[in-house]
Design a protein around this ligand. Structure first.
Ligand SMILES: Nc1ncnc2c1ncn2[C@@H]1O[C@H](COP(=O)(O)OP(=O)(O)OP(=O)(O)O)[C@@H](O)[C@H]1O
Ligand SMILES: [Mg+2]
Length: 170
């Protein structure tokens, strides 16, 4: 259900993962949960309805956190504590935030070190939170499938085998 390729452009490796269904998107989230550690920052981008929350649901399942991951209208940030002694999931929806200054106001740096922090609509807004981050851009195709582009940034991700590396060209 997922097929993968990895390309190398200069210093940055970008992995492309095909997710044909919403369940494939959750599987990708679970796979990335298995690689995640406290302090990780994942920045999600992609158009309305791309699958950002669906991906985050898989991440929450993989981390074994409490509560269901949703997109509530008036909530910008929600903390899902771990049920298994692992890191909490901090799920942020930056859609209504004006920019980097406003994301500073919600004090994500307080929870970041012990949590896995995911920011929907985070591109251009959340990069300043950490030098190490995984930038995840979801592309939606006319046939309703998605291509998920994973771009690791910083030393934290330098030696990590992202989904696709083993099976693909990496
Ligand atoms: N890979 C996929 N293939 C097909 N449908 C998908 C896929 N991923 C998600 N969907 C479906 O797309 C719809 C929108 O998903 P979701 O709410 O996760 O998007 P989003 O990017 O969080 O949207 P928003 O921009 O409103 O935050 C849902 O019905 C979901 O089931
Ligand atoms: Mg969403």
């Amino acid at each position: 259900m997922t097929d993968t390729t990895a390309t190398t452009t200069g210093a940055s490796r970008v992995h492309a993962v095909t997710a044909a269904t919403d369940e494939a998107m959750r599987v990708l989230g679970r796979d990335l949960a298995a690689l995640s550690r406290p302090g990780d920052l994942l920045i999600l981008s992609g158009p309305l309805g791309a699958g950002k929350t669906t991906f985050t649901q898989g991440l929450g399942q993989g981390l074994g956190v409490r509560g269901s991951v949703t997109s509530p209208t008036f909530i910008i940030s929600r903390i899902h504590p771990s049920l298994t002694g692992g890191p909490a999931l901090v799920h942020v929806d930056a859609y209504r935030l004006g920019g980097p200054d406003e994301i500073d106001d919600i004090d994500l740096d307080m929870t970041l070190p012990e949590s896995v922090t995911v920011v929907e609509w985070g591109e251009g807004v959340a990069e300043g939170l950490s030098e190490d981050r995984l930038e995840i851009r979801i592309e939606r195709h006319p046939d309703d499938t998605r291509t998920v582009h994973l771009r690791p940034v910083g030393a934290r991700w330098a030696d990590i085998d992202l989904p696709g590396t083993a099976a693909g060209n990496g």
